[in-house]
Design a protein around this ligand. Structure first.
Ligand SMILES: [Zn+2]
Length: 265
């Protein structure tokens, strides 16, 4: 069975059990962990002490705002600016420890240098998107140059995923900076633009505790739900995500994963 089909089957199982009111997300994730990472990663005991994944939203270019699809205390985890050869894998390990899934928005030039990390992100069941080729501030470029940043960035991510069965169809603008013309162009390219509800200002090199408090405050202001942004390539990225996940669990938040129907990822 392909990994994509395997995860599809897990999701179908998750849905059925969820309907029955039984939380078995993590029990199924045990199988996912042991299948997807047969040698190097330990099998995690994914019981209800872990954050897990509540449900998956299947996205297309026409999905619209993710925030409007979330219920009370539901969050989507996202990471920007990777992949990073030293810091992305420790972030993936922290996500595995809480049996949860995120979406990674990747830079084309980094994807080009580290395609193996892109594949590892997909192999561990996370979804992927583009974040431009070089993290340019797209509204400051000509329309053509901005289009090129988006398309070459997506091409690099998808080249890294070639042969895995996964395709990246989500995009986040660098600095979350866009305008009506650019957003329309991205939609016409068949991509779903994903925004941000709550960030931890981790680019300021603030302490993980401060970052996490900021995220929780912003979620509170947004009606206790939303899309969370952190960055995987930063110093203390793994500490920051570890703390965030335990606080989300403590505060009763549930993680919603984003997936693509086309690829089962
Ligand atoms: Zn960025």
């Amino acid at each position: 069975m392909s990994i994509g089909l395997f995860y599809m089957k897990i999701r179908q199982g998750m849905h059925a059990w969820h309907q029955a009111g039984i939380s078995i997300v993590c029990a199924l994730a045990i199988a996912a962990c042991s299948d997807a990472t047969p040698t190097e990663a330990p099998v995690i005991a994914c019981d209800n002490t872990k954050l897990g994944v509540e449900r998956t939203i299947t996205v297309t270019a026409d999905t619209g705002s993710i925030e409007t699809l979330l219920n009370d205390r539901e969050v989507v985890l996202t990471f920007d600016d990777g992949p990073d050869p030293r810091r992305t894998l420790p972030v993936l390990d922290q996500l595995d420890l809480q049996c949860t899934k995120a979406t990674f928005f990747l830079l084309g030039e980094q994807a080009d240098r580290h395609p193996d990390i892109i594949r590892e992100i997909g192999r561990r069941g996370h979804s992927l998107g583009g974040h431009s080729w070089s993290h340019a501030n797209l509204p400051t470029l000509t329309t053509e140059a901005a289009h090129g940043e988006v398309s070459t960035g997506m091409d690099a991510v998808n080249a890294a995923l070639s042969g895995t069965g996964a395709t990246a169809i989500m995009f986040r603008f660098p600095f979350v900076a866009t305008n009506a013309e650019l957003s329309a162009d991205v939609r016409e390219m068949g991509l779903l633009e994903v925004g941000v509800t709550a960030d931890g200002a981790d680019w300021t090199k603030n302490r993980p505790e401060a970052s996490v408090e900021m995220i929780l405050q912003k979620l509170g202001l947004a009606g206790r739900k939303g899309v969370i942004l952190l960055h995987d390539p930063f110093d203390k990225s793994d500490e920051r995500v570890s703390l965030l996940l335990s606080r989300l669990k403590q505060d009763g938040y549930k993680v919603v994963a984003l997936g693509s129907a086309e690829t089962g990822q």
